[in-house]
Design a protein around this ligand. Structure first.
Ligand SMILES: *[C@@H]1O[C@H](CO)[C@@H](O)[C@H](O)[C@H]1NC(C)=O
Ligand SMILES: *[C@@H]1O[C@H](CO)[C@@H](O)[C@H](O)[C@H]1NC(C)=O
Ligand SMILES: *[C@@H]1O[C@H](CO)[C@@H](O)[C@H](O)[C@H]1NC(C)=O
Ligand SMILES: *[C@@H]1O[C@H](CO)[C@@H](O)[C@H](O)[C@H]1NC(C)=O
Length: 749
């Protein structure tokens, strides 16, 4: 059944070749008595006129069986065996999701989307063009073959193109090439004129090769190509992936320079197809005035013989029209798509796996079983991704001396060929622009001719390229210094708290005989204050130009002093608990109350940390390190921890001490001790634990000198937490409420 509705939409003439190829292939298969005996293939053509809305409408028609109500199968519509489509990459993806619900196999003759090459995710998707992954590899091979190193890329911003470009870039860089520029353009619409101007301006710059990786499924008009080559320096080549349409017989006013390489999926000339077009009755397809024009063009006596129709009326189309075009849409890929479906049906019937033509997932395997031949006698097969095992032609757009243009196939890239034979270039066929020929002669006569393309070097690690990308300049050296604002702020904060702690220590010594100072082990308070003073001071070690010595001192001094602070807090907590227990009758805990016990807790706990630090220093001590890769354009001088495990062990041990103190203090928070010490210790440990828990993700996610700042901040915050929660309330009573500083009142608080 051939049905093409009459509609006034954008008319795209090469599409008619695709439809004709479809009809041709179906007829050829139906004529073949061996391929599908007893089955006649039907067909149904829907023209989208490049409107997504039209595609949706047609898809719903197919799914609903001609009615527009989805999920209802109305009318007697024969079983759909497969859908052959020529959507854009994104439409293909979108409609796949729709068709797969009904398990309709979808065969694309245009989408090269590399993400859809996954047979697990897209079991019903097949295509008769290679996927884009091969395109990027093929372009890389062409660049490598000619030693072109200095490359500008202009591409669409869709996912598949971006991934392909990424692969291409990696390939170029592996071969020692450079990406001078990569500019992307929105993929949802055609490129606007001002954007084309932007490209032209960018192309003028230094690169040797400009890759135009966009409008994948579209056709560049000759005007686009003229725009591209305008103003571009000689000695530059273009690699493009869109077809260039040659639709005029008389191209004498064009002057296209010979610098265009075009990558197109394989196409073959199909003589029987031309015969079919020449002899077909146009009435079988749509008949509106545009379709009439289309057929009329073929009647023009100036059309090439292979496509010229034998019409009664003598038509003149002034040597302009689609009969001069050399690519005939995607007719070859459409033709193969029909053969893919026919062979799948053939295999299904032969294997007896079904009497109907309904597709089941297992049938996929049937398609891979054997290679087959299409009507041209070419052997073909689907690869493991469901893509037809085919490759790319590399075409050269040649401007002949008699002012005509033609395509010449100058090479192939076939990823399915054996290694070594996959990429071929026939240099004799390539017609070079005169500047290239000149360059070659220069090189041959040993004359060193320096052009941009050969001077691409990679800068050494401590240098990077300047903005013009023509020289290497040294990178900027950074570290957290005392002079910069952040350094000054952190230094002032730590000095401020250092002084505060020293003053508090002075107050405690001065009021050493008052009950509040004597409560819960005076000695421990002194040890805690001194270790806090050291903690504030050791944060200064983190600022300034890192040297091996400061790197070694940084973590270890902090680790040890802070562990002293935490273990004295732990000792204080234990003192509170034992003091309470000891008041109970017959308790044996008196003897645990002495300062000897608390001192040994402090000593043993900090000794463990010291041993940890010694092990760290003996095995993998921290060292000063020039980090060239942390940020672009800078060299970061930092301390390398030496052993990350040791670093986290030291931090972890601090966390362990804080955790133990927190738990004991929390359980003891309501004990009636003198001056509620347990409650304040609970608060302070809460602060410490919070600071160090949030430290780790922040530390890991910051870069450069800010990691150091984060650690300094954590040290200052946790030390301040201890100082504030444990000592400020006491100072408040000592200085402002001296009347409450007696044993009786303290118990009441
Ligand atoms: C199919 O067979 C018919 C009848 O023999 C013939 O007229 C027609 O051209 C054939 N079609 C193709 C595409 O071979
Ligand atoms: C085709 O139909 C004929 C007659 O009905 C039958 O003899 C033949 O076996 C069928 N062939 C296949 C392959 O089913
Ligand atoms: C073919 O169809 C017949 C009747 O519709 C059924 O009995 C038979 O099982 C089918 N064969 C296969 C292989 O599905
Ligand atoms: C131009 O020259 C080529 C080969 O040199 C030839 O094939 C072609 O027919 C010529 N075209 C015209 C319009 O003369």
């Amino acid at each position: 059944m051939v049905e093409i509705k009459k509609m006034c939409y954008r008319y795209i003439s090469p599409h008619t070749y695709n439809f004709l190829a479809f009809v041709f292939a179906v007829e050829e298969i139906n004529n073949n008595s061996e391929l599908l005996p007893n089955i006649t293939l039907g067909l149904h053509i829907k023209d989208s006129f490049r409107y997504t809305r039209k595609i949706i409408e047609s898809a719903l028609n197919i799914l609903a069986g001609q009615s527009t109500i989805v999920n209802f199968k109305c009318n007697s519509f024969r079983t759909v065996a497969a859908i052959i489509e020529g959507f854009t990459d994104e439409e293909t993806y979108g409609f796949y999701n729709m068709f797969q619900i009904y398990h309709y196999p979808q065969v694309s003759y245009s989408s090269q989307n590399l993400y859809m090459s996954d047979p697990v995710q897209y079991p019903y998707f097949y295509r008769t063009v290679p996927n884009e992954l091969h395109l990027s590899i093929g372009i890389g091979k062409l660049l490598k073959y000619f030693g072109w190193k200095w490359v500008s890329i202009f591409s669409n911003d869709d996912e598949s193109s971006m991934r392909a470009i990424q692969i291409l870039k990696e390939g170029i860089e592996q071969n020692g090439g450079c990406i001078a520029l990569h500019q992307t353009f929105p993929h949802q619409r055609r490129i606007k004129n001002f954007e084309l101007q932007k490209i032209v301006r960018a192309s003028k710059k230094s690169s040797t090769v400009n890759i135009y990786y966009f409008n994948k499924n579209a056709v560049f008009s000759l005007d686009n190509v003229l725009d591209l080559q305008k103003n571009v320096k000689s000695g530059q080549v273009f690699i493009i992936i869109a077809e260039v349409e040659i639709i005029k017989k008389n191209q004498k006013h064009f002057q296209i320079s010979n610098k265009f390489f075009i990558f197109k999926p394989y196409k073959k000339v199909m003589p029987n197809f031309f015969k079919f077009i020449r002899e077909m009755k146009p009435i079988r397809l749509r008949s509106d005035y545009q379709a009439k024009d289309w057929w009329n063009v073929l009647c023009d006596s100036s059309c090439p013989n292979h496509i010229k129709r034998d019409c009664n009326s003598k038509v003149k189309t002034e040597g302009e029209g689609h009969c001069f075009n050399t690519h005939f849409g995607s007719s070859y890929s459409v033709y193969n798509a029909v053969y893919v479906v026919a062979h799948a049906l053939h295999n299904m019937i032969m294997s007896g796996s079904g009497n109907s033509t309904t597709w089941i997932r297992e049938n996929r395997e049937l398609l891979y079983s054997l290679p087959w031949k299409n009507g041209l006698g070419e052997e073909m097969y689907l690869d493991e991704n469901g893509d037809l095992a085919t490759g790319y032609n590399i075409l050269n757009l040649i401007f002949l001396p008699n002012m005509t243009l033609k395509y010449e196939v100058v090479g192939h890239y076939n990823p399915h060929a054996p290694p070594g034979q996959d990429f071929t270039i026939d240099e004799n066929v390539i017609v070079w622009e005169s500047s290239f020929t000149q360059l070659k002669e220069d090189l041959n006569s040993d004359f060193i001719h320096i052009v941009d393309m050969d001077t691409c070097i990679t800068c050494p690690d401590d240098q990077w390229s300047n903005q013009k990308r023509d020289a290497c300049i040294p990178k900027v050296i950074t570290f957290l210094s005392f002079e910069e604002p952040l350094g000054i702020a952190l230094t002032s904060i730590s000095m401020f708290f250092f002084l505060i702690t020293a003053v508090i220590l002075g107050i405690f010594i001065y009021y050493g005989n008052t009950p509040i100072v004597r409560a819960n082990n005076q000695q421990l308070s002194y040890i805690l204050l001194i270790s806090l003073i050291l903690c504030f001071l050791c944060s200064l070690l983190f600022i300034g130009h890192p040297e091996d010595v400061t790197c070694i001192l940084r973590q270890t001094t902090f680790g040890i002093t802070f562990s002293i602070a935490l273990s004295s807090v732990l000792a204080k907590t234990i003192t509170v608990v034992t003091a309470f227990q000891a008041t109970k009758p017959r308790s044996k805990l008196h003897k645990w109350m002495g300062s000897r016990v608390s001192n040994s807790i402090v000593l043993s706990c900090s000794l463990i940390q010291t041993v940890l630090c010694l092990v760290w220093l003996c095995t993998a001590p921290p060292f000063a390190f020039l980090n060239m890769r942390s940020e672009i354009g800078t060299i970061l001088i930092e301390c390398n921890e030496g052993s990350v495990i040791a670093f986290y062990c030291v931090l972890g041990y601090l966390g362990f001490l804080a955790g133990i103190s927190f738990i004991i203090a929390f359980l003891a928070r309501n004990l009636p001790d003198s001056f509620n010490e347990a409650k304040y210790i609970t608060f302070s440990m809460l602060v410490v634990c919070n600071v160090w828990i949030s430290f780790i993700p922040t530390y890991l996610s910051t870069k450069g000198k800010y990691t150091v700042a984060v650690e300094i901040f954590a040290i200052l915050a946790s030390s301040t937490g201890l100082l504030g929660c444990i000592f400020i309330p006491k100072c408040y009573i000592i200085l402002l409420r001296p009347e409450r500083n007696n044993k009786k009142d303290l118990r009441k608080i």
